[in-house]
Design a protein around this ligand. Structure first.
Ligand code: NI
Length: 158
């Protein structure tokens, strides 16, 4: 080995990794329509439970989705999870399938599921979790209106 061609092994590392778990979050917005209805129950029950959200002709929300991954920053990149990669995963698994769609009719992974915010965060988790290859998915939070949101952390989770 010549002095002008140092191998990586012969170099003193200049980067000093830090230990500790860090939570990182990516936020996206999308629009979707739904109707809250349980087709196994009578119409009067549905109207009583869901009120305006039971409207036969659908209604829409501007959803805000926040996906959090936790883990130790990678010693080489300093990232817990590359948020650009997380943005791509959320786009492929959620946004492209749901944006400007109707949860009751258009979204395969919501087939047969009542599209409440609660059910949406569990379904979104199931879509995203297999794609998180380092660190671990910590939470999926979905804001349906200014005042209402739901959050899922997997399994029992709380
Ligand atoms: Ni609604």
């Amino acid at each position: 080995m010549s002095l002008t061609d140092p191998s990586p092994q012969s170099k003193e590392p200049t980067v000093r990794p830090l230990r500790g778990e860090v939570l990182v979050t990516r936020r996206v917005q999308f629009c979707a329509a739904h109707r809250l209805t349980n087709p196994d129950m009578p119409e009067s029950w549905n109207l009583d439970k869901y009120g305006l959200c039971n409207n036969h002709h659908w209604h829409g929300h501007n959803y805000i989705l926040e996906v959090s991954v936790v883990g130790e920053p990678d010693p080489e990149t300093g990232y817990t999870f590359d948020l650009g990669d997380l943005k791509t995963i959320i786009r492929e698994e959620i946004v492209e399938k749901c944006d400007h769609k109707n949860f009751n009719c258009d979204v395969d992974f919501m087939k047969g599921i009542i599209p409440t915010t609660e059910n949406l965060v569990i379904a979104f988790w199931n879509q995203l979790e297999p794609r998180i290859k380092h660190g671990r998915l910590f939470s999926v939070r979905l804001r349906e209106t200014e005042n209402n949101s739901a959050e899922y952390r997997g399994g029992a989770g709380f």
